[in-house]
Every structure is written in structure tokens, then in C-alpha cells.
Design a protein around this ligand. Structure first.
Ligand code: FAD
Length: 314
């Protein structure tokens, strides 16, 4: 085996980031084997049965029927020791962040987290709040890496067929010293972004919380819902259920008004299904203009109030 993909389950199904990690592994090249742990491992293996993988190793043990860092790290470590994959990959999820560093430390294999792309042995990570990309390489025989959300598209999984293969482990109950609570669920709020026909979406270009009502006023005259990019949510200016992107909602409105949004990959992955995109940005080189159908280069703080006024008087 060249590459081991450590899979993750989300509500009994294969996690989206695990599908993306499979694409990343397939693009790396070589034989790819996946590992499914927990009480849903057979279901996960059957979801993977139509992918081009060597096989799916399943581990179903009472001590890891649900996620806990002690049990998972012990199992991944045993699988790596048994099969000696050159590369171990996973989606960069909270779970990966929780237990993969333990595997890395226990086996003394370097861990390159949060990779967005790779070429010619260089693995690219974002640094300084995603303002710069840094290339990382390694000189060890084995490496562990995790792929950032949306670094690869699950639509690009190479289809094929593979079977499941159970891996039997002896786990001592003493090793499991921690338990995990149920996965955190965001409050869905009373807004259904995913079926909205019109969205006015606010980015960091709105500059401050006091300017947020400007977006709601425009949305009101248009009969639209308001959504936002992550920095606006993280700043506490807008409720988290309004976030669009890889860690928010996937939306597909007829028209997406993008106000002061740069067009980072994690945002675009959640709104690229929009039928039409109108972007206002004062930077003519903003990446959002690469996918916008209508591009307005200008200051949203000047344009939006005027546009709202004009629409009100229609
Ligand atoms: C694991 C992970 C998950 C993530 N998930 C998400 C997610 O789900 N959703 C998400 O959105 N992001 C997500 N991000 C963050 C993402 O990488 C970007 O940082 C974020 O999308 C940038 O938001 P923004 O475009 O609002 O801000 P910025 O990138 O700061 O862009 C602001 C834009 O506003 C423009 N601007 C400034 N002032 C004005 C003005 N007066 N008028 C007009 N334009 C103006 C600027 O030119 C700039 O283009 C995630 C990041 C990571 C690492």
C-alpha cells in the first residue's frame, strides 16, 4: 500500500472531507487503501465500494464504536505499523486535529496539516490568515498530511470498485481514558439559505458591524435573505447560521449579491452553484470577479445605499 486514507464518519455516512481526501490521495498516485473505524465502518466501506481504491480496512471494536482520541490514535498507529504506508492522509477536520498529532508523535512521522494543493513534492499551506501560500516538503520515508476543506472536489473521485477487509485488534480498555460528547450542531435559526432564490451576502469589506443594516435594507427591497462570509460571522456581526462556505451552508440562489467578499476557495465552494453572481468589490483583481457574471468595481459603502434607494423608488 502506498497511501492510507483515514476516513471519518458524519451521522453514519462518509464525511465530505474524507471524500475530498480520497481525491487528494488518488491525485498523489499509487495504491490507495482507506481505513474506516467505528460502529458505522461497514456502511462507510459500502459507500466507498464504487471508488477506485485497493480496499477499505474496517475496524469495529466496542472501545471505538464511537469516536475517542485514545482509541482512534491507537488503531491508526497499529494499521500504519502493520501495512507501512508511505503517506497517510485525512481531511482536515476537528477530529483529525484532535487525534492525528498523537499518531504523528507516537510513530515519529511528520504531520503536514491543512494542505490546499501540491505539485512536484511541494505541499502548499496558507499562512498569515490565508494572505500567503507556503510550500512545505519532507525528506522522511513516511509522512502524514491533512487536506483543507475544498482543496479537492468530491465530484472528482475516480470511480472503480473495492471490497472491505476487517482488521482485528486487541485493545486494552485501559488505553481509553477519554470520551467524546455528541458532535456539535449549529443552531439552524429560522432562515433557509439553501432554498433562498436571492441572497445578499456580506463580506469583510462591509468594514464594521454598524454597516450591517445596509445589507439587510438592500435584502428587504429585493425580497432576499442575508448571508455572510466567515470573518463577518466570526466577528459576531451576523448569526452563524447565515454563513456560506465550506464550514457553512451550500447555497444555489438565482442571484447572489456578493458585497465585499474576496472569493476565497472556502467561500466559493458554498456559493458556486448560484445561477448568477453580482459582485461589488473595490479591488478589481479580487478572485470573486473570476466567477462573477456581473462585476462592479467600487466602494460598496457608497453603492449599496444608492442602489437600495433606487430600488425602493421603483
Ligand atoms: C478550514 C477553513 C474553513 C473556512 N470556511 C469558510 C466558510 O465556510 N466561509 C467563508 O466565507 N470563509 C471560510 N473560510 C475563510 C476563508 O479562507 C476566507 O478567509 C474568507 O472567506 C474571507 O472572507 P471575506 O471575503 O469576507 O474577507 P476578505 O478576504 O478580507 O475580503 C474582503 C474583500 O472586501 C473588499 N473590500 C474591502 N472594503 C471594501 C469596500 N468598501 N467596498 C467593496 N469592497 C471592499 C476587499 O477588496 C476584499 O476583496 C475558511 C477558512 C478555513 C481555513
Amino acid at each position: 500500500m502506498d497511501i492510507l486514507v483515514v476516513l471519518e464518519e458524519a451521522q453514519g455516512s462518509l464525511h465530505r472531507l474524507s471524500k475530498e481526501a480520497i481525491v487528494g490521495a488518488q491525485e498523489l498516485g499509487g495504491t490507495v487503501v482507506a481505513l474506516a473505524i467505528g460502529k458505522h465502518c461497514d456502511q462507510i466501506a459500502s459507500e466507498c465500494s464504487s471508488f477506485d481504491l485497493e480496499n477499505v480496512i474496517t475496524v469495529n471494536h466496542e472501545l471505538v464504536s464511537t469516536y475517542n482520541a485514545d482509541g482512534y490514535s491507537c488503531i491508526v498507529k497499529k494499521v500504519i505499523e502493520t501495512y507501512s504506508p508511505k503517506t497517510i492522509v485525512a481531511g482536515h477536520t476537528y477530529q483529525t486535529r484532535d487525534f492525528i498529532p498523537r499518531v504523528s508523535a507516537a510513530l515519529d512521522i511528520p504531520f503536514i496539516p491543512d494542505i490546499i494543493s501540491f505539485s512536484d513534492g511541494n505541499f502548499v499551506k496558507q499562512v498569515l490568515n490565508a494572505k500567503l501560500n507556503a510550500a512545505t516538503s519532507f525528506s522522511t520515508d513516511q509522512v502524514i498530511m491533512s487536506f483543507q476543506s475544498a482543496a479537492f472536489s468530491e465530484e472528482n473521485i475516480i470511480p472503480g470498485s473495492c471490497s472491505a477487509k476487517a482488521f482485528n485488534v486487541n485493545l486494552d480498555s485501559n488505553i481509553v481514558r477519554s470520551t467524546s460528547e455528541d458532535p456539535f450542531q449549529e443552531d439552524a435559526g429560522d432562515v433557509d439559505l439553501e432554498s433562498a432564490d436571492l441572497l445578499v451576502s456580506v463580506g469583510r469589506g462591509i468594514e464594521k458591524e454598524e454597516n450591517i443594516p445596509m445589507a439587510f435594507e438592500l435584502a428587504k427591497v429585493l425580497g432576499a435573505e442575508v448571508s455572510a462570509s466567515r470573518p463577518v460571522v466570526d466577528s459576531g456581526w451576523i448569526d452563524s447560521f447565515r454563513q456560506v462556505g465550506s464550514s457553512g451552508s451550500n447555497v444555489a440562489p438565482k442571484l447572489y449579491f456578493s458585497l465585499g467578499i474576496s472569493g476565497a476557495i472556502q467561500h466559493v465552494v458554498g456559493m458556486k452553484g448560484a445561477k448568477a453572481i453580482l459582485a461589488i468589490n473595490k479591488d478589481k483583481d479580487a478572485p470573486i470577479f473570476e466567477i462573477a457574471d456581473y462585476a462592479v468595481v467600487g466602494d460598496l459603502l457608497e453603492i449599496v445605499p444608492k442602489l437600495t434607494e433606487v430600488l425602493k423608488n421603483q
